[in-house]
Design a protein around this ligand. Sequence first.
Ligand SMILES: CC(C)(COP(=O)(O)OP(=O)(O)OC[C@H]1O[C@@H](n2cnc3c(N)ncnc32)[C@H](O)[C@@H]1O)[C@@H](O)C(=O)NCCC(=O)NCCS
Ligand SMILES: Nc1ncnc2c1ncn2[C@@H]1O[C@H](COP(=O)(O)OP(=O)(O)OP(=O)(O)O)[C@@H](O)[C@H]1O
Length: 197
Amino acid sequence: MTFVIGLTGSIGMGKSTTAQMFADADIPVWDADATVRRLYEKDGSAAQAIGAIYPSVMIDGGVSRPKLRDLIATDPSVLDVVQNIVHPLVAKDRATFLTTETAPIVLLDIPLLFEIGADADCDGVAVVSVPADVQKQRVMERSEMSEADYEMILSRQMPDAEKRSRARWVIETLTLDAARQSVANILSEIEQDIPNA
Ligand SMILES: CC(C)(COP(=O)(O)OP(=O)(O)OC[C@H]1O[C@@H](n2cnc3c(N)ncnc32)[C@H](O)[C@@H]1O)[C@@H](O)C(=O)NCCC(=O)NCCS
Ligand SMILES: Nc1ncnc2c1ncn2[C@@H]1O[C@H](COP(=O)(O)OP(=O)(O)OP(=O)(O)O)[C@@H](O)[C@H]1O
């Protein structure tokens, strides 16, 4: 039996960093963003479908994220079209991971976990979180994303408070040590629940 941990959190909350902590503890991690990146590459199935509708976002046969981001900034409905193409392909990749992985504990790293109902595939969900001002500062510091793009993305995500209230675990990511400790606690709690984990 495999225990499936779902890891989610709003933009910039520390999902990727925390997922790496689980990976460092030898937990197989499936990464939704990485899957999207692969699907956007030249000859990726999403690249072909998106290129057929929005040729202007393509570079060398792959989807250019900056170009796609700029197009979405001028027409937010483009993101709905993209999601309708991408999400079924991502779901298929996730299903393959879940049927082939035999480790006692695995982790699904999905930004839109609750929004797409993927919590139904999880035995327990962990949400990464920091206060809103820290979140915004992190995203503004790290990226080319404009404030308007940031607000648009946020408006399409379930509010942090709701995610926290729906999760089994909340991982505070203000410091690396605090997050690492939460990850260790979660894993030992699961290992106690499933004896052969
Ligand atoms: C909008 C795009 C071009 C922005 O690319 P960019 O490289 O600037 O940012 P990145 O992909 O790292 O996303 C940053 C964060 O934005 C959030 N986010 C991304 N897509 C979405 C979305 N459709 N709805 C809400 N939030 C989203 C996530 O928290 C994500 O981790 C890109 O995210 C995209 O193509 N999104 C559509 C595919 C999708 O829905 N991905 C979500 C995971 S399945
Ligand atoms: N536990 C932590 N302590 C301190 N800083 C952290 C911690 N976790 C993440 N960060 C910092 O926060 C920023 C965002 O982290 P990360 O890229 O992991 O977030 P994310 O949730 O995957 O982002 P997105 O959803 O936007 O792709 C990075 O600058 C990272 O260094």
